[in-house]
Design a protein around this ligand. Structure first.
Ligand code: GAR
Length: 209
């Protein structure tokens, strides 16, 4: 059974989808949740599901390497096979990321490589994009630039607001993230030479879009 550790900062709806997905199959199990925010609603979701939680809160005047070293200690305590970033809203130092190469995945609310960083839904609306979506990717040191594993596309309508579009993307996130966790748990997913592989087949830049 693949030991999955989920890192969050907020609502944790993706965490919930992964918990529910793991209940449906026995390939992976969420064994812990770490938050950098003590009031993250996802911590309550974890408690409801009897999953162990930890908070690693940024200290005043703490440097990024200092924080990341404490985060690594908290992670190592769980001995995870896979680290899942699910709305974990902190940039991680290169050294930290390199320590978990091929073992850490992230979900990002855009069709990467479009719109790395923040405010992705508003940027898609402002650009009058016809389609938008979400991407699951392996985490590499460069922000939101690791190899894409799976994408989901949604249409953007002229009458869309930030909320309607965000909601449409969220629903797709909840469908694709548990699927990727399952693949990893089944040992089917690998990162090698900067590319993602499923069953030894290289996933192109657009993943399984
Ligand atoms: C998700 O939409 C995820 O794609 C995004 O945060 C949201 C978390 O929602 N992640 C990022 O923007 C990462 N840069 P959730 O807490 O309900 O899962």
């Amino acid at each position: 059974n693949c030991r999955v550790l989920v890192l969050i900062s907020g609502n944790g709806s993706n965490l919930q989808a992964i918990i529910d997905g793991c209940d449906d199959h026995l390939d992976a199990e969420v064994i812990g949740v770490i938050s950098n925010k003590p009031d993250a609603y996802g911590l309550i979701r974890a408690h409801h599901n009897e999953i162990d939680t930890s908070c690693v809160i940024v200290r005043k005047d703490e440097s990024r390497p200092e924080y990341d070293a404490r985060l690594k200690l908290a992670i190592d305590r769980y001995q995870p096979d896979l680290i899942v970033l699910a709305g974990f809203m902190r940039i991680l130092s290169d050294e930290f990321v390199q320590g978990f190469e091929g073992k850490m995945i992230n979900i990002h609310p855009s069709l990467l490589p479009k719109y790395t960083g923040l405010n992705t839904h508003q940027r898609a609306i402002d650009a009058k994009d016809k389609e938008h979506g979400a991407s699951v990717h392996f985490v590499t040191p460069e922000l939101d630039a690791g190899p894409v594993i799976l994408q989901a596309k949604v249409p953007v309508y002229a009458e869309d607001t930030l909320d309607t579009l965000a909601e449409r993307v969220h629903q797709q996130e909840h469908a694709i993230y548990p699927m990727v966790v399952k693949w990893f748990g089944q040992n089917r997913l690998k990162m090698a030479d900067g590319c993602a592989y499923l069953d030894d087949i290289r996933l192109a830049e657009a993943g399984y879009a």
